[in-house]
Design a protein around this ligand. Structure first.
Ligand code: SF4
Length: 101
């Protein structure tokens, strides 16, 4: 038995130059980007905003980097949807992914 699934989709991700928004943009997504990375890097303002929204998995380093830990799925993900879509970090707005098909 193969350890690799032949029908598995290969996803490609990239950061855009400018944020793209609109509810239809993420409507068909199964939130691979919200589950597929260990962290989202934040600005200090985003860190404070997410903290005020109740984020529990925040982390900062002494050299001035701020993170939301999303390993095994972001805490703001409900089903396949971002529950703080209007307040999500800039990196989340810039990221797009697509499959090979
Ligand atoms: S904040 Fe929203 S868009 Fe960003 S990783 Fe979490 S669920 Fe996904």
């Amino acid at each position: 038995m193969s350890l690799f699934r032949l029908n598995r989709k290969k996803l490609h991700g990239m950061l855009l130059d400018h944020p793209e928004d609109g509810n239809e943009r993420c409507a068909a997504c199964d939130a691979a980007c919200c589950r597929g990375f260990p962290t989202v890097e934040l600005t200090a303002d985003e860190y404070a905003r997410l903290e005020s929204l109740g984020a529990k998995r925040l982390q900062f380093t002494l050299d001035g980097h701020y993170y939301l830990i999303i390993e095994n799925g972001c805490e703001f993900l409900y089903g396949n949807r971002c529950s703080i879509y209007e307040d999500r970090p800039e990196i989340c707005r810039l990221f797009v992914c697509s499959s090979d098909d």
